[in-house]
Design a protein around this ligand. Structure first.
Ligand SMILES: Cc1ncc(COP(=O)(O)O)c(C=O)c1O
Length: 487
């Protein structure tokens, strides 16, 4: 294979096909000719259909049986991101995490995973039937959010539990902190468990030596990346990389064929091809600009009275091995806001959308799409925010996150399929919950199906909602009622 990273074989095949489009009697229904309703046209331009061609002939390669241009595009991606194989995903890292778990575990096998995993990892556990063994989260004393996974804790869990088929970690996590993946990989492999890494927030890592290394290079077996989060791919576009060894790469393809649509959007696939080309050819140079700008912003914000912007001070706490300098975690409680309020203020009064907020901070993600002007605007907005004197908010949350791990009564899968009924949530203490309860963002479940609801879970959930955060998961969107397992 010729790894010429300037090529975009799939995108080029799509352009050719667009220019020769014949009279169509196949999907999609718009046939490439339908005119758009005016509002949609003003949103996405006047010819979006012309490139929305499905794989009906040999010119457009097929995601579930890639033979030509898509096979080449995926090989180019594998080379660019430092893995042995790459699968393009068109349902985000959500489908990547589900596929990673389903490809490596089956019913009643065990999976060691962080309790702070994204909800998609739990969905994978429900679908595969694996029994989770949780790594208890450690919370940063001031950030209040779960941090990294410690290799020694994983080692202990693997010594204690038999039949562990996989270890799943999230690194970097939502806050940009990374675990010691190389050591975790070597421990997992001693026990013949596959290491699955949710690198949804780290698709850019491999492209600059000043960034922490990507898990593709650290011995992980499956690595899932949201190319749409930290690079230029369209929303929904992610990649799943596999390194040879423990994982059956053929099985991963079979699982993805179960989970992904049989009519993949060629535009989404082409955007993955283009995004990889851009990172492989210009990523290093673009990151050369962005990393120092991010460090500059961190120092400027840190110097503003009342604000705290994390950096090297994170290292070593709660297993944190490294951090991604392009993520800014800015604590706002000392200027009188909680994270949700500061987020809203930045959006409504300064035209700045942060990545997300939580009880104590706002988190900003800087990417190759930023420049000096956008980053200066961010820093200046924080200056104004901090200059509006408000009474101090307490640094510690009034209600602490639930202590310890929830008690598991049933596996997530058994609970998911068990009969259930809806009851008022305040009557649910001591019951086994049948649905997820998830503060969002960032989407770390407070409770998952099969766990016992305790007073501390309700207290924390209510506290988050009172402070302006959202809670999702239950069928009843007002969260007055929750489904519990009926015995
Ligand atoms: C850690 C983590 N993993 C997985 C996902 C799911 O990614 P996607 O939005 O690409 O489906 C997210 C989304 O926010 C995430 O934060």
């Amino acid at each position: 294979m010729n790894y010429d990273q300037t090529q975009m074989p799939f995108l080029e095949s799509l352009l050719q096909e667009r220019d020769r489009w014949a009279t169509s009697f196949h999907m999609p229904g718009h046939k490439g000719t339908l005119s758009l309703p005016p509002l949609l046209e003003s949103l996405i331009g006047d010819r979006p259909f012309s490139a929305d061609i499905v794989s009906i002939n040999d010119n457009i390669d097929y995601l579930h049986n890639p033979q030509t241009t898509l096979a080449q595009a995926q090989q180019l991606a594998a080379e660019a991101y430092g893995a042995d194989h790459t699968f393009f995903l068109i349902n985000g890292s959500t489908v990547g995490n589900i596929a990673a778990v389903m490809s490596t575990t089956s019913d009643k096998q065990a999976i060691v995973m962080m309790r702070s995993s994204h909800r998609s990892v739990y969905s994978g556990v429900v679908l595969s039937g694996a029994m989770p063994i949780y790594i208890e989260p450690e919370y940063h004393p001031l950030i209040g959010s779960p941090l990294a996974a410690r290799p020694d804790v994983i080692h202990e869990l693997l010594q204690k539990h038999r039949n562990v088929a996989a270890v799943h970690i999230t690194s970097p996590n939502y806050y940009g902190v990374l675990s010691d993946t190389a050591q975790i990989a070597s421990i997992a492999h001693q026990y013949e468990a596959a290491l699955l890494v949710d690198e949804a927030h780290g698709s850019h890592l491999h492209f600059h030596p000043d960034l922490p290394a990507s898990a593709t290079q650290l011995g992980a077996d499956i690595i899932v990346q949201s190319t749409h989060k930290t690079q230029g791919a369209l929303t929904q576009c992610s990649m799943l990389h596999v390194n040879d060894g423990i994982v059956n790469v053929g099985r991963v393809g079979q699982v993805l064929a179960v989970l992904q649509t049989s009519s993949p959007s060629s535009i989404l696939l082409a955007s993955l091809d283009a995004s990889r080309m851009q990172m492989a050819t210009e990523g290093r140079a673009k990151l050369d600009d962005i990393i120092p700008l991010a460090q500059w912003a961190r120092q400027q914000i840190q110097a503003i009275d009342g604000l705290w912007c994390y950096g090297d001070d994170l290292l070593g706490i709660g297993g944190v091995y490294a951090y991604d300098p392009t993520k800014l975690i800015i604590r706002v409680t000392d200027i009188g806001y909680n994270g949700y309020e500061a987020y809203a203020k930045l959006r409504n009064e300064h035209g700045i959308d942060c990545e997300f907020s939580d009880l104590r901070q706002v988190i900003c993600s800087l990417t190759i799409g930023d420049n000096e002007a956008s980053i200066t605007k961010l820093v200046n907005a924080f200056r104004v925010l901090a200059s509006e004197k408000r009474p101090l908010r307490s640094q510690a949350p009034e209600v602490a996150p639930p202590a310890g791990l929830p008690t598991i009564a049933l596996s997530p899968r058994d609970a998911y399929y068990a009969p259930s009924r809806s009851i008022p949530i305040e009557q649910a203490i001591g019951e086994v919950v049948a649905e997820n309860i998830i503060p969002y963002p960032p989407g770390i479940p407070l409770l998952v199906p099969g766990e016992i609801i305790e007073q501390q879970h309700l207290d924390y959930m209510r506290y988050i909602m009172r402070e302006g955060g959202k809670v999702i998961g239950p069928e009843d969107k007002s969260i007055q009622y929750v489904r519990i397992i009926t015995t």
